[in-house]
Structure formats: C-alpha cells, structure tokens
Design a protein around this ligand. Structure first.
Ligand SMILES: C[S@@+](CC[C@H](N)C(=O)[O-])C[C@H]1O[C@@H](n2cnc3c(N)ncnc32)[C@H](O)[C@@H]1O
Length: 230
C-alpha cells in the first residue's frame, strides 16, 4: 500500500532542499523568485503559503519585500527544517501552521494573496483544496501556483519518461535513502491535470486567470489567478 504523503515528506525532510537543487540543476530557486515577483508586497499584506514544506517559497517572498506570511503544511518535520534556516531578520514575519490544506484554520477573506509551489498535486481532493483557497482569499486576491503539470508537449513528455521516470528516482533514492519517494513524484505528475485542465478547474472555482505559462521548456509551469473582485 502507498505510504501516506505526510509520512513520505516527513521522511525526506532532511534531504529535501539538497535534492531540489540537484534535481533541478539549481533552477527551483529561480522559479520561486519569478513566482513571488508577481505577488503584491507591503506592510499590511497577508500571504498564505500553502504546502509550504521547508519554507523556500516563503523565504523568497519575505526577502523580496514586506508582508506577513502564514506557512501551512501537514508535515511538521518539513516546517521545522524550514524554521532552522530562517534568518532572525525574517523570523517575526513568518508564521508556521502545522495543518491540512483542506481545512485551513483561517476566517473567510483573511489573505490578500496565496501561493503554492508543487503542493497542489499532493493534496488528494483538488476541487476541495481550491474551494478552501478561494474561501480564505479576499475578493480580488491573487493565487500563485508553481506546479509540475501532466506533460502535454512532446519535449516535456520525453523528459518525463526519461529523466522523470528513471534518473530522478535513482538520484532521489541515493541521496534521501528513501526507496520510493521520488518514484511517487513521477507517478503523481502523470496522474495530475494538464495545465489547461487545471486552468479550467480554477475558473470553475471563481478564479480569473491572469497569466499561465510554461517555464524551462514545460518542465515546470506558473499560473497567476485572481478571485472574483465583485
Ligand atoms: C513538494 S513539497 C513543496 C514544498 C514547498 N512548497 C517548496 O517550494 O519546496 C509538497 C509539500 O506539500 C505538503 N502537503 C501535501 N499535502 C498536504 C496537505 N493536504 N496539507 C498540507 N500540506 C500538504 C507536504 O507535506 C510537502 O511539504
């Protein structure tokens, strides 16, 4: 039987950052930087970082400008790994919440923006997760998604079948000492939506697509959507 996603991420929390850098050839931080540059910043801005993991996205956001960040993840070990590397200068603006993305412990309309990097694919009920994000966002609030969608282009399909299916699991196994975590990564991408399908789902949950594009030849994608401002 498949291990739970929570157990899987708890198990690899110590090597997660290193593997991200190695497997993406250092591009993952550039993708995050690009993403947070599209979100609003300011003293009174409140941002949700959903499936925050080891806080890399939250830290990129915090370094770029002002704003309070609420980092939600159900794997405590991931959040604690992130907490250890948080510089004291940013600590007071980064709030950790160990909880499930399907039941966010915040009132309606609490956030000006939300962001989620490679987390939506791991939450089993995508429509329920989108509904919950829409609930906690203010009208007109922004939602940034970075995700490995199911590949559609021929180049990204070949990449997924070779690098994704064979090279990543082998390197992942070697560095993390976890047998199946990086096989799960490949499987979860193949089972997920394409970017176009996901856009439709966002629209069905009241989001307007502001921008949606592939990065690095379609290996990764970025979507920025807004909740209905009326
Ligand atoms: C691939 S990591 C992404 C981490 C981070 N966003 C980043 O930029 O590296 C996915 C994270 O989603 C979290 N996660 C998966 N399902 C979740 C859920 N239902 N609720 C909260 N967190 C969840 C996992 O624990 C894991 O830390």
């Amino acid at each position: 039987m498949e291990r739970s996603v929570k157990q899987l991420f708890s198990n690899i929390s110590g090597t997660y950052d290193l593997l991200n850098r190695v497997l993406s050839f250092g591009t993952d931080q550039r993708w995050r930087k690009k993403g947070v540059s599209l979100l609003p910043h300011g003293k009174n801005i409140r941002v949700l970082d959903l499936a925050s993991g080891t806080l890399d996205l939250a830290l990129q956001y915090a370094k770029r400008g002002e704003g309070e960040i609420y980092c939600v993840d159900f794997a405590l070990a991931m959040l604690l790994t992130g907490q250890r590397k948080t510089p004291p200068t940013l600590d007071s603006r980064i709030h950790l919440v160990c909880g499930d993305g399907l039941w966010l412990p915040f009132p309606d309309g609490y956030f000006d923006a939300a962001m989620c990097a490679w987390g939506m694919r791991n939450i089993p009920n995508t429509p329920a997760a989108l509904k919950e994000v829409a609930r906690v966002l203010k009208p007109g609030g922004s939602f940034l998604i970075l995700e490995f969608f199911k590949p559609k282009r021929i180049v990204s399909k070949i990449f997924a079948k070779t690098y994704g299916r064979h090279v990543m699991p082998a390197i992942g196994r070697w560095i993390s000492r976890d047998k199946g975590a990086y096989d799960y990564l490949h499987r979860s991408i193949q089972k997920f939506f394409t970017r176009t399908e996901y856009e439709k789902l966002l629209q069905a949950h009241g989001f307007e697509i502001i921008t949606s594009r592939d990065l690095t030849g379609g290996v990764n994608s970025l979507i920025l959507a807004n909740t209905d401002g009326h």
